[in-house]
Design a protein around this ligand. Structure first.
Ligand code: F6R
Length: 594
Protein backbone atom coordinates (compact mmCIF):
# COMPACT_ATOMS: atom_id res chain seq x y z
CA UNK A 1 0.00 0.00 0.00
CA UNK A 2 1.50 3.29 -1.09
CA UNK A 3 4.62 3.52 -3.19
CA UNK A 4 7.49 5.77 -2.20
CA UNK A 5 10.50 6.85 -4.23
CA UNK A 6 13.52 9.09 -3.83
CA UNK A 7 16.27 10.32 -6.15
CA UNK A 8 19.52 12.17 -5.66
CA UNK A 9 22.23 12.49 -8.31
CA UNK A 10 23.65 14.00 -11.44
CA UNK A 11 20.32 14.24 -13.33
CA UNK A 12 17.14 16.26 -12.98
CA UNK A 13 15.03 14.62 -10.27
CA UNK A 14 11.53 15.42 -11.47
CA UNK A 15 11.25 13.19 -14.60
CA UNK A 16 12.99 10.33 -12.79
CA UNK A 17 10.64 10.56 -9.81
CA UNK A 18 7.62 10.54 -12.14
CA UNK A 19 8.82 7.52 -14.12
CA UNK A 20 9.65 5.58 -10.93
CA UNK A 21 6.29 6.46 -9.41
CA UNK A 22 4.44 5.35 -12.55
CA UNK A 23 5.98 1.90 -12.10
CA UNK A 24 4.82 1.79 -8.48
CA UNK A 25 1.19 2.72 -9.05
CA UNK A 26 0.10 -0.87 -8.42
CA UNK A 27 0.81 -0.14 -4.74
CA UNK A 28 -1.87 2.57 -4.57
CA UNK A 29 -3.23 5.15 -6.91
CA UNK A 30 -5.73 7.46 -5.27
CA UNK A 31 -3.30 10.39 -4.99
CA UNK A 32 0.23 11.20 -6.03
CA UNK A 33 2.83 13.82 -5.27
CA UNK A 34 6.46 14.82 -5.38
CA UNK A 35 8.73 17.23 -3.52
CA UNK A 36 12.00 18.50 -4.94
CA UNK A 37 14.76 20.41 -3.23
CA UNK A 38 15.85 23.65 -4.82
CA UNK A 39 16.54 26.85 -2.91
CA UNK A 40 13.46 25.72 -1.03
CA UNK A 41 11.33 22.56 -0.92
CA UNK A 42 8.66 22.60 -3.62
CA UNK A 43 5.72 20.22 -3.25
CA UNK A 44 3.22 19.24 -5.95
CA UNK A 45 0.49 16.81 -5.03
CA UNK A 46 -3.19 16.05 -5.54
CA UNK A 47 -5.78 13.29 -5.57
CA UNK A 48 -4.81 12.39 -9.15
CA UNK A 49 -2.96 9.59 -10.91
CA UNK A 50 0.77 9.91 -11.64
CA UNK A 51 0.25 10.58 -15.37
CA UNK A 52 -2.10 13.45 -14.54
CA UNK A 53 0.36 14.84 -12.01
CA UNK A 54 3.08 14.75 -14.67
CA UNK A 55 0.93 16.91 -16.96
CA UNK A 56 0.40 19.69 -14.41
CA UNK A 57 3.95 19.86 -13.03
CA UNK A 58 6.01 22.92 -13.92
CA UNK A 59 9.62 22.22 -14.86
CA UNK A 60 11.79 22.60 -11.80
CA UNK A 61 15.57 22.47 -11.73
CA UNK A 62 16.48 20.12 -8.87
CA UNK A 63 18.65 17.05 -8.55
CA UNK A 64 17.09 15.63 -5.38
CA UNK A 65 13.49 14.77 -4.63
CA UNK A 66 10.96 12.33 -3.22
CA UNK A 67 7.64 11.00 -4.50
CA UNK A 68 4.56 9.09 -3.38
CA UNK A 69 1.57 7.27 -4.79
CA UNK A 70 -1.12 6.75 -2.16
CA UNK A 71 -3.60 4.11 -1.04
CA UNK A 72 -5.57 6.04 1.57
CA UNK A 73 -5.75 4.74 5.14
CA UNK A 74 -6.11 7.91 7.24
CA UNK A 75 -8.29 10.52 5.56
CA UNK A 76 -9.99 10.52 2.18
CA UNK A 77 -8.04 10.97 -1.06
CA UNK A 78 -7.55 14.75 -1.34
CA UNK A 79 -4.81 17.23 -2.10
CA UNK A 80 -4.26 18.02 1.56
CA UNK A 81 -3.99 14.34 2.55
CA UNK A 82 -1.72 13.45 -0.36
CA UNK A 83 2.03 13.03 0.33
CA UNK A 84 4.67 14.51 0.63
CA UNK A 85 3.86 16.13 3.98
CA UNK A 86 5.88 19.03 5.39
CA UNK A 87 6.80 20.53 8.76
CA UNK A 88 5.81 24.07 9.85
CA UNK A 89 8.74 25.72 8.09
CA UNK A 90 8.13 23.87 4.84
CA UNK A 91 11.81 22.91 4.81
CA UNK A 92 11.34 19.21 5.62
CA UNK A 93 9.25 16.92 3.39
CA UNK A 94 8.40 13.26 4.07
CA UNK A 95 6.85 10.43 2.10
CA UNK A 96 5.67 7.42 4.08
CA UNK A 97 4.31 3.94 3.53
CA UNK A 98 2.91 2.18 6.59
CA UNK A 99 0.77 3.16 9.56
CA UNK A 100 1.74 5.24 12.61
CA UNK A 101 -0.39 3.61 15.33
CA UNK A 102 0.16 6.31 17.99
CA UNK A 103 -0.32 9.23 15.59
CA UNK A 104 -3.32 10.65 17.48
CA UNK A 105 -1.36 11.01 20.69
CA UNK A 106 1.70 12.41 18.84
CA UNK A 107 -0.52 14.82 16.93
CA UNK A 108 -2.13 16.19 20.10
CA UNK A 109 1.29 16.54 21.72
CA UNK A 110 2.72 18.38 18.67
CA UNK A 111 -0.28 20.73 18.46
CA UNK A 112 0.10 21.51 22.19
CA UNK A 113 3.73 22.38 21.45
CA UNK A 114 2.64 24.85 18.75
CA UNK A 115 2.91 22.79 15.55
CA UNK A 116 0.24 23.31 12.92
CA UNK A 117 -0.98 20.09 11.35
CA UNK A 118 -3.33 20.43 8.43
CA UNK A 119 -4.16 16.95 7.13
CA UNK A 120 -6.07 13.96 8.49
CA UNK A 121 -3.13 11.62 7.89
CA UNK A 122 -1.01 9.74 10.39
CA UNK A 123 2.07 10.58 8.29
CA UNK A 124 1.98 14.30 8.95
CA UNK A 125 3.31 13.86 12.49
CA UNK A 126 6.64 12.66 11.02
CA UNK A 127 7.96 15.92 9.47
CA UNK A 128 6.88 17.78 12.61
CA UNK A 129 8.65 15.32 14.90
CA UNK A 130 11.78 15.60 12.74
CA UNK A 131 11.53 19.41 12.89
CA UNK A 132 11.23 19.19 16.67
CA UNK A 133 14.36 17.04 16.99
CA UNK A 134 16.45 18.84 14.37
CA UNK A 135 19.65 20.34 15.76
CA UNK A 136 21.74 20.63 12.63
CA UNK A 137 21.87 16.94 11.63
CA UNK A 138 19.01 15.40 9.65
CA UNK A 139 19.78 11.71 10.26
CA UNK A 140 20.03 12.22 14.02
CA UNK A 141 16.72 14.09 13.98
CA UNK A 142 15.04 11.31 11.96
CA UNK A 143 16.34 8.61 14.33
CA UNK A 144 15.19 10.60 17.37
CA UNK A 145 11.76 11.18 15.82
CA UNK A 146 11.32 7.51 15.02
CA UNK A 147 12.00 6.56 18.64
CA UNK A 148 8.67 8.24 19.46
CA UNK A 149 6.77 6.39 16.74
CA UNK A 150 4.84 3.13 17.15
CA UNK A 151 3.79 1.39 13.97
CA UNK A 152 5.17 0.54 10.57
CA UNK A 153 7.02 2.79 8.20
CA UNK A 154 9.19 3.14 5.17
CA UNK A 155 10.07 6.81 4.83
CA UNK A 156 12.17 9.11 2.70
CA UNK A 157 13.00 12.52 4.15
CA UNK A 158 14.18 15.54 2.18
CA UNK A 159 15.39 18.77 3.74
CA UNK A 160 16.28 22.04 2.07
CA UNK A 161 20.05 22.61 1.60
CA UNK A 162 21.10 19.23 3.04
CA UNK A 163 22.16 17.55 -0.24
CA UNK A 164 21.02 14.14 1.02
CA UNK A 165 18.04 11.86 1.49
CA UNK A 166 17.47 10.14 4.81
CA UNK A 167 15.48 6.92 4.71
CA UNK A 168 14.28 4.42 7.32
CA UNK A 169 12.24 1.24 7.41
CA UNK A 170 10.32 -0.84 9.91
CA UNK A 171 7.79 -3.45 8.76
CA UNK A 172 7.34 -1.79 5.35
CA UNK A 173 9.53 -2.54 2.33
CA UNK A 174 12.27 -0.19 1.15
CA UNK A 175 15.18 -0.70 -1.22
CA UNK A 176 18.04 1.49 -2.40
CA UNK A 177 19.00 1.45 -6.08
CA UNK A 178 22.70 2.05 -6.66
CA UNK A 179 23.68 4.09 -9.72
CA UNK A 180 26.69 5.88 -11.11
CA UNK A 181 26.83 9.30 -9.40
CA UNK A 182 23.16 8.88 -8.61
CA UNK A 183 21.15 6.81 -6.15
CA UNK A 184 17.52 5.81 -5.89
CA UNK A 185 15.07 4.77 -3.19
CA UNK A 186 11.87 2.84 -3.77
CA UNK A 187 9.29 0.62 -2.14
CA UNK A 188 9.93 -2.07 -4.68
CA UNK A 189 12.45 -3.10 -7.35
CA UNK A 190 10.32 -2.54 -10.52
CA UNK A 191 10.33 1.21 -9.79
CA UNK A 192 14.03 1.59 -10.52
CA UNK A 193 14.70 -1.05 -13.20
CA UNK A 194 14.89 1.60 -15.93
CA UNK A 195 17.94 3.05 -14.18
CA UNK A 196 19.75 0.29 -12.33
CA UNK A 197 19.59 -3.36 -11.32
CA UNK A 198 22.03 -2.91 -8.40
CA UNK A 199 20.06 -3.01 -5.17
CA UNK A 200 20.62 -2.78 -1.43
CA UNK A 201 17.81 -4.30 0.64
CA UNK A 202 17.23 -2.51 3.92
CA UNK A 203 16.26 -4.40 7.08
CA UNK A 204 13.84 -3.41 9.79
CA UNK A 205 15.42 -0.79 12.04
CA UNK A 206 17.85 0.41 9.35
CA UNK A 207 18.24 4.07 8.49
CA UNK A 208 20.37 5.30 5.60
CA UNK A 209 21.89 8.55 4.49
CA UNK A 210 22.04 8.77 0.72
CA UNK A 211 23.95 11.32 -1.32
CA UNK A 212 24.85 11.45 -5.01
CA UNK A 213 27.87 9.17 -4.53
CA UNK A 214 27.52 7.52 -1.12
CA UNK A 215 25.12 5.30 0.79
CA UNK A 216 25.67 4.97 4.51
CA UNK A 217 23.38 2.50 6.28
CA UNK A 218 22.99 2.69 10.04
CA UNK A 219 21.42 0.36 12.57
CA UNK A 220 21.03 1.15 16.25
CA UNK A 221 23.04 4.35 15.81
CA UNK A 222 26.11 2.61 14.28
CA UNK A 223 27.14 2.29 10.64
CA UNK A 224 26.66 -1.20 9.12
CA UNK A 225 27.93 -2.74 5.87
CA UNK A 226 25.32 -3.91 3.40
CA UNK A 227 25.96 -6.11 0.40
CA UNK A 228 24.80 -4.79 -2.94
CA UNK A 229 22.81 -7.37 -4.96
CA UNK A 230 22.09 -7.65 -8.69
CA UNK A 231 18.42 -8.30 -9.42
CA UNK A 232 17.59 -10.68 -12.23
CA UNK A 233 14.32 -8.95 -13.20
CA UNK A 234 14.69 -6.97 -16.42
CA UNK A 235 13.16 -3.68 -17.55
CA UNK A 236 11.01 -5.65 -20.03
CA UNK A 237 9.62 -7.72 -17.13
CA UNK A 238 8.22 -4.53 -15.66
CA UNK A 239 6.81 -3.18 -18.96
CA UNK A 240 3.63 -4.02 -20.85
CA UNK A 241 5.59 -5.28 -23.88
CA UNK A 242 2.91 -4.41 -26.44
CA UNK A 243 -0.03 -5.76 -24.43
CA UNK A 244 -2.91 -3.44 -23.57
CA UNK A 245 -2.77 -4.29 -19.88
CA UNK A 246 -0.32 -5.90 -17.47
CA UNK A 247 -3.01 -8.42 -16.52
CA UNK A 248 -3.23 -9.94 -20.01
CA UNK A 249 0.56 -9.80 -20.39
CA UNK A 250 0.95 -11.65 -17.11
CA UNK A 251 -1.71 -14.24 -18.06
CA UNK A 252 0.23 -14.86 -21.29
CA UNK A 253 3.52 -15.25 -19.42
CA UNK A 254 2.25 -18.33 -17.60
CA UNK A 255 3.75 -21.06 -19.82
CA UNK A 256 7.17 -19.47 -19.20
CA UNK A 257 6.46 -19.01 -15.49
CA UNK A 258 5.57 -22.70 -15.14
CA UNK A 259 8.72 -23.69 -17.02
CA UNK A 260 10.96 -21.34 -14.99
CA UNK A 261 9.49 -22.27 -11.62
CA UNK A 262 9.57 -26.01 -12.27
CA UNK A 263 13.06 -25.70 -13.77
CA UNK A 264 14.27 -24.09 -10.56
CA UNK A 265 12.92 -26.95 -8.44
CA UNK A 266 13.95 -29.76 -10.77
CA UNK A 267 17.52 -28.41 -10.69
CA UNK A 268 17.68 -28.60 -6.89
CA UNK A 269 20.03 -31.24 -5.53
CA UNK A 270 18.24 -31.22 -2.17
CA UNK A 271 14.54 -31.89 -1.44
CA UNK A 272 12.56 -28.68 -1.81
CA UNK A 273 11.95 -28.67 1.95
CA UNK A 274 13.26 -30.99 4.65
CA UNK A 275 10.72 -30.45 7.42
CA UNK A 276 12.40 -32.95 9.73
CA UNK A 277 15.83 -31.34 9.42
CA UNK A 278 14.27 -27.93 9.96
CA UNK A 279 12.23 -28.65 13.08
CA UNK A 280 13.80 -31.86 14.38
CA UNK A 281 10.38 -33.55 14.32
CA UNK A 282 8.86 -36.01 11.83
CA UNK A 283 6.25 -34.39 9.61
CA UNK A 284 2.73 -35.25 10.75
CA UNK A 285 0.57 -32.59 9.15
CA UNK A 286 0.77 -29.25 7.33
CA UNK A 287 -0.62 -25.81 8.18
CA UNK A 288 -0.94 -23.29 5.34
CA UNK A 289 -1.39 -19.58 6.02
CA UNK A 290 -2.21 -16.99 3.37
CA UNK A 291 -4.61 -14.28 2.16
CA UNK A 292 -6.67 -13.73 -0.99
CA UNK A 293 -5.45 -15.50 -4.09
CA UNK A 294 -2.55 -17.03 -2.16
CA UNK A 295 -5.16 -18.50 0.21
CA UNK A 296 -6.87 -20.12 -2.76
CA UNK A 297 -3.52 -21.61 -3.81
CA UNK A 298 -3.18 -22.93 -0.25
CA UNK A 299 -6.60 -24.61 -0.52
CA UNK A 300 -5.36 -26.44 -3.62
CA UNK A 301 -2.20 -27.25 -1.63
CA UNK A 302 -4.27 -28.84 1.14
CA UNK A 303 -5.91 -31.12 -1.38
CA UNK A 304 -2.55 -32.06 -2.93
CA UNK A 305 -0.95 -32.87 0.42
CA UNK A 306 -3.89 -34.99 1.55
CA UNK A 307 -4.16 -36.75 -1.81
CA UNK A 308 -0.48 -37.36 -2.54
CA UNK A 309 1.19 -37.40 0.88
CA UNK A 310 -1.74 -38.89 2.85
CA UNK A 311 -1.28 -36.59 5.85
CA UNK A 312 -3.79 -33.98 7.04
CA UNK A 313 -3.41 -30.36 5.97
CA UNK A 314 -5.29 -27.29 7.19
CA UNK A 315 -5.50 -23.82 5.70
CA UNK A 316 -6.02 -20.65 7.74
CA UNK A 317 -6.66 -17.12 6.59
CA UNK A 318 -3.70 -15.14 7.90
CA UNK A 319 -6.01 -12.33 9.02
CA UNK A 320 -7.87 -14.77 11.29
CA UNK A 321 -4.86 -16.63 12.56
CA UNK A 322 -4.55 -14.76 15.84
CA UNK A 323 -7.81 -16.36 16.98
CA UNK A 324 -6.58 -19.90 16.39
CA UNK A 325 -4.56 -22.35 18.44
CA UNK A 326 -0.90 -22.57 17.61
CA UNK A 327 -0.02 -25.79 15.79
CA UNK A 328 1.44 -28.73 17.72
CA UNK A 329 4.78 -30.46 17.28
CA UNK A 330 5.22 -32.16 13.91
CA UNK A 331 3.22 -29.58 11.96
CA UNK A 332 5.01 -28.26 8.88
CA UNK A 333 4.08 -24.60 8.54
CA UNK A 334 3.92 -23.01 5.09
CA UNK A 335 2.99 -19.36 4.52
CA UNK A 336 2.16 -18.35 0.95
CA UNK A 337 2.51 -14.77 -0.26
CA UNK A 338 3.32 -13.29 -3.66
CA UNK A 339 4.59 -9.96 -2.37
CA UNK A 340 6.03 -11.15 0.92
CA UNK A 341 4.80 -7.86 2.38
CA UNK A 342 1.17 -8.68 3.29
CA UNK A 343 0.77 -7.45 6.88
CA UNK A 344 -1.73 -10.17 7.86
CA UNK A 345 0.56 -12.93 6.64
CA UNK A 346 3.63 -11.34 8.25
CA UNK A 347 1.78 -11.01 11.57
CA UNK A 348 0.75 -14.67 11.52
CA UNK A 349 4.33 -15.65 10.71
CA UNK A 350 5.63 -13.49 13.57
CA UNK A 351 3.21 -15.11 15.99
CA UNK A 352 4.43 -18.55 14.95
CA UNK A 353 8.09 -17.53 15.09
CA UNK A 354 7.49 -15.97 18.51
CA UNK A 355 6.25 -19.36 19.69
CA UNK A 356 9.46 -20.99 18.47
CA UNK A 357 7.96 -22.58 15.33
CA UNK A 358 9.81 -23.01 12.05
CA UNK A 359 8.08 -21.33 9.12
CA UNK A 360 8.54 -21.90 5.40
CA UNK A 361 7.33 -19.31 2.92
CA UNK A 362 6.39 -19.66 -0.74
CA UNK A 363 7.25 -16.21 -2.07
CA UNK A 364 7.75 -14.39 -5.37
CA UNK A 365 9.84 -11.39 -4.29
CA UNK A 366 13.46 -12.06 -3.39
CA UNK A 367 14.48 -10.57 -0.04
CA UNK A 368 10.90 -9.66 0.87
CA UNK A 369 9.99 -9.22 4.55
CA UNK A 370 8.34 -12.67 4.60
CA UNK A 371 11.38 -14.28 3.11
CA UNK A 372 13.64 -12.68 5.70
CA UNK A 373 11.32 -13.74 8.51
CA UNK A 374 11.01 -17.35 7.31
CA UNK A 375 13.35 -20.19 8.15
CA UNK A 376 13.27 -21.26 4.52
CA UNK A 377 11.95 -19.72 1.32
CA UNK A 378 10.59 -21.55 -1.69
CA UNK A 379 11.01 -18.97 -4.44
CA UNK A 380 8.50 -18.81 -7.25
CA UNK A 381 9.82 -17.54 -10.56
CA UNK A 382 6.85 -15.49 -11.76
CA UNK A 383 8.88 -12.29 -12.21
CA UNK A 384 7.40 -8.93 -11.23
CA UNK A 385 3.62 -9.01 -11.13
CA UNK A 386 2.39 -5.47 -11.75
CA UNK A 387 -1.34 -5.88 -12.34
CA UNK A 388 -3.17 -5.70 -9.02
CA UNK A 389 -5.01 -8.96 -9.75
CA UNK A 390 -2.75 -11.92 -9.11
CA UNK A 391 -2.56 -14.34 -12.06
CA UNK A 392 0.88 -15.70 -12.91
CA UNK A 393 1.98 -15.65 -9.27
CA UNK A 394 -0.98 -17.94 -8.41
CA UNK A 395 0.13 -20.44 -11.07
CA UNK A 396 3.72 -20.26 -9.81
CA UNK A 397 2.48 -20.90 -6.25
CA UNK A 398 0.60 -23.95 -7.54
CA UNK A 399 3.85 -25.21 -9.09
CA UNK A 400 5.60 -24.88 -5.72
CA UNK A 401 2.75 -26.77 -4.05
CA UNK A 402 2.78 -29.55 -6.66
CA UNK A 403 6.52 -29.96 -6.18
CA UNK A 404 6.18 -29.92 -2.40
CA UNK A 405 3.47 -32.57 -2.48
CA UNK A 406 5.30 -34.68 -5.06
CA UNK A 407 8.52 -34.59 -3.07
CA UNK A 408 6.74 -36.12 -0.06
CA UNK A 409 4.39 -38.23 -2.16
CA UNK A 410 3.44 -41.72 -1.02
CA UNK A 411 2.25 -42.80 -4.49
CA UNK A 412 4.19 -45.59 -6.24
CA UNK A 413 7.12 -44.76 -8.47
CA UNK A 414 5.39 -45.33 -11.83
CA UNK A 415 2.46 -43.12 -10.81
CA UNK A 416 4.95 -40.51 -9.66
CA UNK A 417 6.73 -40.66 -13.03
CA UNK A 418 3.42 -40.17 -14.82
CA UNK A 419 2.60 -37.18 -12.65
CA UNK A 420 5.97 -35.56 -13.28
CA UNK A 421 5.55 -36.15 -17.02
CA UNK A 422 2.11 -34.52 -16.92
CA UNK A 423 3.51 -31.63 -14.91
CA UNK A 424 6.11 -31.00 -17.60
CA UNK A 425 3.34 -30.84 -20.21
CA UNK A 426 1.57 -28.01 -18.42
CA UNK A 427 3.27 -25.10 -20.26
CA UNK A 428 2.07 -26.54 -23.59
CA UNK A 429 -1.46 -27.13 -22.28
CA UNK A 430 -1.68 -23.59 -20.92
CA UNK A 431 -0.40 -22.25 -24.23
CA UNK A 432 -3.25 -24.07 -26.01
CA UNK A 433 -5.78 -22.18 -23.90
CA UNK A 434 -4.08 -18.88 -24.63
CA UNK A 435 -4.04 -19.65 -28.36
CA UNK A 436 -7.76 -20.47 -28.39
CA UNK A 437 -9.24 -17.65 -26.38
CA UNK A 438 -11.97 -16.67 -28.91
CA UNK A 439 -14.67 -18.72 -27.15
CA UNK A 440 -13.70 -17.21 -23.80
CA UNK A 441 -13.94 -13.72 -25.32
CA UNK A 442 -17.52 -14.56 -26.47
CA UNK A 443 -18.47 -15.89 -23.02
CA UNK A 444 -17.01 -12.75 -21.45
CA UNK A 445 -19.12 -10.55 -23.71
CA UNK A 446 -22.20 -12.50 -22.62
CA UNK A 447 -21.22 -12.36 -18.92
CA UNK A 448 -20.52 -8.65 -18.97
CA UNK A 449 -24.28 -7.87 -19.06
CA UNK A 450 -24.91 -9.47 -15.67
CA UNK A 451 -24.40 -8.13 -12.14
CA UNK A 452 -24.46 -11.39 -10.14
CA UNK A 453 -22.65 -14.61 -10.95
CA UNK A 454 -21.92 -17.90 -9.20
CA UNK A 455 -18.81 -20.01 -9.80
CA UNK A 456 -19.19 -23.64 -8.76
CA UNK A 457 -16.70 -26.48 -8.50
CA UNK A 458 -16.01 -29.50 -6.32
CA UNK A 459 -12.97 -31.08 -4.71
CA UNK A 460 -9.75 -29.77 -6.18
CA UNK A 461 -11.69 -27.30 -8.29
CA UNK A 462 -13.65 -25.74 -5.43
CA UNK A 463 -10.71 -23.37 -4.71
CA UNK A 464 -10.62 -22.66 -8.45
CA UNK A 465 -14.26 -21.55 -8.23
CA UNK A 466 -13.32 -19.23 -5.34
CA UNK A 467 -10.41 -17.83 -7.33
CA UNK A 468 -12.51 -17.40 -10.50
CA UNK A 469 -15.08 -15.43 -8.50
CA UNK A 470 -12.42 -13.27 -6.85
CA UNK A 471 -10.88 -12.38 -10.22
CA UNK A 472 -14.26 -11.42 -11.70
CA UNK A 473 -15.21 -9.27 -8.68
CA UNK A 474 -11.86 -7.59 -8.58
CA UNK A 475 -11.39 -6.60 -12.21
CA UNK A 476 -14.93 -6.59 -13.69
CA UNK A 477 -16.83 -5.26 -10.65
CA UNK A 478 -19.42 -8.03 -10.94
CA UNK A 479 -20.70 -9.54 -7.72
CA UNK A 480 -19.48 -13.12 -7.90
CA UNK A 481 -19.59 -15.95 -5.39
CA UNK A 482 -17.40 -19.01 -5.49
CA UNK A 483 -19.25 -22.03 -4.16
CA UNK A 484 -18.77 -25.68 -3.62
CA UNK A 485 -21.28 -27.06 -6.13
CA UNK A 486 -22.77 -29.35 -3.49
CA UNK A 487 -23.31 -26.49 -1.05
CA UNK A 488 -25.31 -24.26 -3.39
CA UNK A 489 -28.57 -26.06 -2.66
CA UNK A 490 -28.24 -25.36 1.08
CA UNK A 491 -29.62 -21.84 0.83
CA UNK A 492 -28.11 -20.01 -2.12
CA UNK A 493 -30.45 -21.68 -4.62
CA UNK A 494 -32.84 -18.91 -3.56
CA UNK A 495 -30.74 -16.51 -5.66
CA UNK A 496 -30.74 -18.55 -8.86
CA UNK A 497 -32.76 -17.12 -11.74
CA UNK A 498 -32.43 -16.27 -15.41
CA UNK A 499 -30.50 -13.17 -14.28
CA UNK A 500 -27.83 -15.12 -12.41
CA UNK A 501 -25.42 -17.06 -14.61
CA UNK A 502 -23.49 -19.94 -13.09
CA UNK A 503 -19.98 -20.83 -14.23
CA UNK A 504 -19.60 -24.56 -13.63
CA UNK A 505 -16.12 -26.09 -13.50
CA UNK A 506 -16.79 -29.60 -14.76
CA UNK A 507 -13.52 -31.06 -16.01
CA UNK A 508 -13.32 -34.81 -15.40
CA UNK A 509 -12.30 -36.10 -12.00
CA UNK A 510 -14.01 -38.17 -9.33
CA UNK A 511 -16.56 -35.38 -8.77
CA UNK A 512 -17.63 -35.26 -12.44
CA UNK A 513 -20.97 -37.13 -12.03
CA UNK A 514 -21.87 -34.96 -9.06
CA UNK A 515 -21.05 -31.85 -11.13
CA UNK A 516 -23.41 -33.09 -13.87
CA UNK A 517 -26.17 -33.35 -11.28
CA UNK A 518 -25.39 -29.86 -9.95
CA UNK A 519 -25.55 -28.39 -13.45
CA UNK A 520 -28.96 -30.03 -14.04
CA UNK A 521 -30.24 -28.62 -10.75
CA UNK A 522 -29.00 -25.15 -11.69
CA UNK A 523 -30.58 -25.34 -15.15
CA UNK A 524 -33.88 -26.35 -13.54
CA UNK A 525 -33.75 -22.98 -11.68
CA UNK A 526 -33.35 -21.20 -15.07
CA UNK A 527 -29.83 -19.90 -14.46
CA UNK A 528 -27.77 -19.69 -17.64
CA UNK A 529 -24.76 -22.03 -17.36
CA UNK A 530 -21.29 -21.51 -18.76
CA UNK A 531 -19.50 -24.83 -18.34
CA UNK A 532 -15.75 -25.31 -18.23
CA UNK A 533 -15.12 -28.79 -19.64
CA UNK A 534 -12.35 -30.89 -21.09
CA UNK A 535 -12.05 -31.16 -24.89
CA UNK A 536 -14.21 -34.02 -26.25
CA UNK A 537 -16.65 -33.84 -23.36
CA UNK A 538 -19.89 -35.36 -24.62
CA UNK A 539 -22.25 -34.87 -21.66
CA UNK A 540 -22.29 -31.22 -20.80
CA UNK A 541 -22.60 -29.52 -24.20
CA UNK A 542 -26.35 -30.02 -24.41
CA UNK A 543 -26.94 -28.96 -20.79
CA UNK A 544 -24.89 -25.77 -20.76
CA UNK A 545 -25.70 -22.52 -22.55
CA UNK A 546 -22.06 -21.88 -23.36
CA UNK A 547 -19.01 -24.11 -23.12
CA UNK A 548 -15.35 -23.30 -22.60
CA UNK A 549 -13.06 -26.25 -23.35
CA UNK A 550 -9.65 -26.83 -21.84
CA UNK A 551 -7.04 -29.39 -22.96
CA UNK A 552 -6.95 -32.90 -21.52
CA UNK A 553 -4.67 -33.22 -18.50
CA UNK A 554 -4.37 -35.50 -15.47
CA UNK A 555 -7.19 -34.36 -13.15
CA UNK A 556 -4.78 -33.37 -10.40
CA UNK A 557 -3.38 -30.60 -12.61
CA UNK A 558 -6.78 -29.31 -13.74
CA UNK A 559 -6.64 -26.30 -11.34
CA UNK A 560 -3.85 -24.83 -13.47
CA UNK A 561 -5.60 -24.96 -16.85
CA UNK A 562 -9.02 -24.13 -15.36
CA UNK A 563 -7.66 -21.09 -13.52
CA UNK A 564 -6.00 -19.74 -16.65
CA UNK A 565 -9.32 -20.02 -18.53
CA UNK A 566 -11.12 -18.19 -15.71
CA UNK A 567 -8.43 -15.48 -15.59
CA UNK A 568 -9.07 -14.83 -19.29
CA UNK A 569 -12.82 -14.81 -18.65
CA UNK A 570 -12.41 -12.16 -15.92
CA UNK A 571 -10.03 -10.10 -18.04
CA UNK A 572 -12.24 -9.98 -21.13
CA UNK A 573 -15.40 -9.38 -19.07
CA UNK A 574 -13.69 -6.41 -17.43
CA UNK A 575 -12.59 -5.19 -20.86
CA UNK A 576 -16.16 -5.35 -22.20
CA UNK A 577 -17.29 -3.35 -19.18
CA UNK A 578 -14.56 -0.73 -19.65
CA UNK A 579 -13.00 -1.27 -16.20
CA UNK A 580 -9.52 0.01 -15.25
CA UNK A 581 -8.20 -3.54 -15.30
CA UNK A 582 -4.71 -3.18 -13.83
CA UNK A 583 -5.72 -0.77 -11.09
CA UNK A 584 -9.20 -1.69 -9.81
CA UNK A 585 -10.92 0.82 -7.54
CA UNK A 586 -10.15 0.75 -3.80
CA UNK A 587 -7.37 -1.83 -4.16
CA UNK A 588 -3.58 -1.94 -4.11
CA UNK A 589 -1.13 -4.68 -4.93
CA UNK A 590 0.47 -5.42 -1.59
CA UNK A 591 -1.68 -4.96 1.48
CA UNK A 592 0.77 -3.77 4.11
CA UNK A 593 -1.88 -2.78 6.65
CA UNK A 594 -3.91 -5.10 8.91
C1 F6R B 1 -6.17 -10.93 -5.73
C2 F6R B 1 -4.96 -10.59 -5.00
C3 F6R B 1 -5.00 -10.58 -3.52
C4 F6R B 1 -3.68 -11.13 -2.94
C5 F6R B 1 -3.67 -10.97 -1.40
C6 F6R B 1 -2.44 -11.59 -0.79
O1 F6R B 1 -5.98 -10.92 -7.09
O2 F6R B 1 -3.96 -10.29 -5.58
O3 F6R B 1 -6.09 -11.28 -3.03
O4 F6R B 1 -3.58 -12.47 -3.30
O5 F6R B 1 -3.73 -9.62 -1.08
O6 F6R B 1 -1.28 -11.02 -1.34
P1 F6R B 1 0.13 -11.73 -1.20
O7 F6R B 1 0.06 -12.99 -1.99
O8 F6R B 1 1.09 -10.74 -1.77
O9 F6R B 1 0.34 -12.00 0.24
Amino acid sequence: MCGIVGYIGKNQAQPILISCLARLEYRGYDSSGIAVAGDRIKVFKDSIRVNELAKVLPEIEATAGIGHTRWATHGEPSRINAHPHCDCTGDIAVVHNGVINNFQQLREQLIAEGHQLVSETDTEVLPHLIEKHYQGNLETAVEAALLEVKGSYAIVVLKKDEGKLVVARKDSPLIIGVGDRENFVASDVPAILDYTNRVIYLDDGDTAVITEDAIKVRHGGAEVTKQEQQVSWSVEDAQKGGYEHFMIKEIHEQPKVIRDTLGEYIALAEPIVDFKALSGEPLEDILFIACGTSYHAALVGKYLIEELVSIPARVELASEFNSYHLPLRGTGIVAITQSGETADTLNAMKRLKGAGKKVIVINNVVSSSASRLADQTINTMAGPEISVAATKSFTAQLMALYWLALSYSKVDISQLDNLVTALRQLPRKVQEILDNEAVIVECAKYLSKYENVFFIGRGLNFPVALEGALKLKEVAYIHAEGYSAGELKHGSFALLSADTPVIAIATPDRTYEAMLTSIKEVKARKSPVIALVEEDDVNIGELADMVITVPRIDAIFSPVVNSVALQLLAYYTAKHRGCPIDTPRNLAKSVTVE
